[in-house]
Design a protein around this ligand. Structure first.
Ligand code: ACO
Length: 193
């Protein structure tokens, strides 16, 4: 995804992590107000692209939603010389903690607050090149979470295939909400969630 401004001046790292402040850890090379304007444009655009790819009626990721939630947004840019110009955004991953009632194997409701995968998108032209894995692995390291301890909000078929391939997540524990959890969800969890 290309923009009319220089991605490399707002996102200095290959993967930038944003929270509700919408500011990456490394200070952008443009003024704060300009950086804010550009970052809002990027988030709104990639959120729309993800919704379109998943055929959702409306984006679930936008700058205004980011500002009012405690979510973490990881944005991956292209660092290869061929896009050395203004840079391109390859994709993003959005996560956040949510209080959920999760059914265990015996069907009992267990209250938990797992890290949830809320939105995940790699640009159509770049899917199946390993970028999703790069982004996901970075998030796991940063959030210090094991893949089997995540809850996934309405995963697509592509994402389920991704989790099978890269993390051997296959068997699910049936739930009554939209979240999918896998075998191992209740094993060795960090307290309290
Ligand atoms: N069809 C089936 N499986 C796919 C596809 C596809 N078109 N694309 C990726 N995968 C899965 C496969 O397991 C694939 O392995 P394979 O090529 O050996 O079959 C594996 O992902 C490839 O891994 P990466 O290259 O690291 O993944 P990628 O960069 O493509 O990112 C992602 C995966 C984010 C799911 C991407 O395909 C995408 O954006 N899809 C469209 C949007 C989407 O479905 N997002 C998830 C929504 S659910 C949620 O966010 C909670």
């Amino acid at each position: 995804m290309e923009f009319e401004f220089d991605i490399h001046k707002i996102f200095l790292e290959p993967i930038s992590k944003l929270d509700s402040s919408l500011l990456p850890q490394r200070r952008p090379l443009v003024s704060s107000s300009e950086a804010q304007r550009q970052i809002v444009a990027v988030i709104d655009e990639i959120g729309k692209a993800s919704a379109k790819a998943q055929r959702l009626p409306a984006p679930i990721t936008s700058a205004s939603r980011m500002q009012t939630n405690q979510h973490h947004l990881y944005i991956l840019k292209d660092c290869t010389p061929k896009t050395a110009g203004r840079g391109v955004v390859i994709g993003f991953l959005k996560v956040g903690y949510k209080k959920l009632f999760v059914l265990d194997h015996s069907g009992s409701h267990i209250e938990a607050e797992p890290l949830c995968i809320l939105d995940f998108y790699i640009h159509e032209s770049l899917q199946r090149h390993g970028f999703g894995k790069e982004l996901f692995a970075f998030m796991l390291r940063t959030e210090q979470v094991e893949p089997q301890h995540l809850a996934i909000d309405r995963p697509s078929e592509k994402f389920l295939s991704f989790l099978r391939k890269h993390y051997n997540l296959r068997s699910t524990i049936p739930q009554v909400n939209n979240f999918v959890v896998f075998e191992g969800f209740f094993r060795d969890r960090k307290a309290p969630g």
